[in-house]
Unconditional design. Structure first.
Length: 247
């Protein structure tokens, strides 16, 4: 079975992954999946993954590294498997430098510090627990102008042309059909009908307009907006605090 939720932002919103929120409790196993729709954030700061014995001069960076070590160790001890797509507040430079592996039909990153934590890569297609999933992380940060490139913001947050093309090629290879779509943001055309903040159009959402119009799917899950909204008329579920499932 699988559950889906929204952003966890490292340890900030991770409490929703605790066992008390699952009806099955300790019955969950590594064959059960918790899917996070972007802004995973472990690691986030470039210094998070430095060895503990390495000196860091800035107190908040030392604190960030300590928090990272605590929460990734906590996740590694969970009985379930964590799957996640990247959002805008993820360290894209770090993940782009990791080696990918073949996993359940697509390419993925296995977290080097927690083998039960798996990054579903952009444009990949997976078969998990009898269901099919198409994943495409990324989104534009509305707060990027008050952030520092390479420190807490990365231009790679927006999928590039090759990643978008790979995503459409993957869907085409599967007959433009999947059970579930996993993203961080949602199609541009749904922003106004759903009453969401009217950020300027950005490439990720505009690309998702095409995906939404051309793909046969059961439900689209995303995060990003820090709200919980179920929109069956659009087959769209926006998640933040809620833990949807089990499916």
């Amino acid at each position: 079975m699988f559950y889906v939720t929204g952003d966890i932002h490292g340890g900030i919103d991770i409490a929703k992954l605790s066992g008390k929120n699952f009806p099955e409790g300790k019955a969950l196993s590594r064959k059960d999946y918790i899917i996070i729709c972007g802004d995973f954030g472990l690691p986030f700061l470039p210094t998070d993954t430095l060895p503990m014995e390495k000196q860091i001069s800035t107190p908040w960076r030392r604190s960030g590294r300590k928090e990272y070590r605590y929460w990734i160790s906590w996740l590694s001890e969970r009985p379930y498997t964590v799957l996640w797509v990247d959002g805008n507040h993820d360290n894209h430079c770090y993940w782009n430098g990791q080696q990918s592996v073949e996993w359940n039909g697509g390419r993925a990153h296995i977290h080097p510090d927690a083998e039960n934590v798996i990054h579903l890569m952009r444009g990949e297609y997976y078969e998990i627990d009898g269901n099919t999933f198409w994943a495409m992380g990324g989104a534009a940060s509305h707060d990027r102008f008050c952030r520092k490139e390479g420190e807490n913001w990365w231009p790679e947050e927006i999928p590039d042309d090759s990643q978008m093309q790979h995503g459409t090629d993957t869907l085409a290879a599967h007959g433009w059909k999947t059970d579930y779509i996993l993203t961080h943001t949602l199609p541009q055309k749904l922003v106004h009908p759903l009453g969401l903040r009217l950020d300027p159009p950005e490439p990720t959402r505009e690309y998702f307009d095409y995906i939404h119009e051309n793909t046969d799917f059961r439900c689209w899950f995303c995060g990003h907006y820090h709200i919980d909204l179920d929109c069956p008329e659009y087959r769209m579920r926006i998640l933040y605090r809620d833990l949807a499932g089990p499916f």
